[in-house]
Ligand binder design. Structure first.
Ligand SMILES: *Cc1c(COP(=O)(O)O)cnc(C)c1O
Length: 219
């Protein structure tokens, strides 16, 4: 089996210029995460605030930290301390809580809006038809800055099955640019995981979140 460092180097060499790698680190040890960072992983994705706090204690600001899980409002305060970006904002309430906590911490939090592109299959994310209303609700918040969209797509199966979901999200990304909302920038499009990142990049992703291909199967 190849090492975490080799895996990171291989992925970085493969990704086209302009596509950023988020090393999805749920259930990995701080030592494993450090190995990925030392091999050039510049962004760590974490699903749980407590787990992130442990990894952060070991790695600190040698990497950027993206929250990619479902954020409960009661964890927003701690999340704001650690993360450079929250990729999973899917409600006005959550955005308002992040805004409040960021203001108290003297920060401006970069966020992505999570799109539920698969509709029935997915639990989290705003439905594509409700995305514009959410963008309009988040835009005026002073301590939250929208920088793009994120979507999950199907977790398993043929990566081709994910293509329609990526396409829907990319279209929404382009459409959102034309709204001209102050405080909303459509810069990052986060889509694709180990089994689907190649398809996601073909469909316009410029940020991919990869766990298994870096760290091996989760036990
Ligand atoms: C776990 C996870 C990933 C990475 O999944 P892999 O299949 O291990 O590459 C990407 N995004 C999110 C939100 C995740 O929770």
């Amino acid at each position: 089996m190849s090492s975490i460092g080799d895996n990171v180097a291989g992925i970085l060499a493969e990704l086209p210029p302009g596509v950023r790698l988020v090393a999805a680190a749920k259930a990995r040890t701080p030592a494993e995460i450090l190995e990925a960072v030392e091999a050039g992983a510049a962004i760590i994705g974490e699903n749980y605030v407590q787990e992130a706090a442990e990894a952060f204690a070991a790695v600190g600001r040698r990497a950027q930290w993206h929250f990619i899980g479902h954020l409960q409002t009661n964890k927003a305060k701690k999340a704001v301390e650690i993360f450079d970006m929250i990729e999973t904002v899917d409600s006005a309430d959550l955005a308002a809580e992040i805004d409040k906590r960021s203001r108290a911490a003297g920060k401006v939090m970069n966020v992505l809006i999570e799109i539920n592109s698969g509709e029935e299959g997915q639990k989290f994310g705003v439905r594509p038809q409700d995305a514009e209303a959410l963008l309009r609700a988040v835009a005026p918040l002073q301590n939250v800055r929208v920088q793009g969209l994120m979507t999950m797509g199907p977790f398993e199966g043929d990566p081709e099955d994910a293509r329609p979901y990526f396409r829907i999200t990319k279209r929404l990304f382009e459409d959102s640019k034309t709204l001209g909302l102050p405080g909303v920038e459509m810069k990052h499009l986060s889509m694709g995981m180990t089994n689907s990142y190649r398809v996601a990049v073909e469909e316009g992703a410029n940020m991919v979140r990869i766990g298994t291909k870096i760290f091996g199967p989760r036990s």
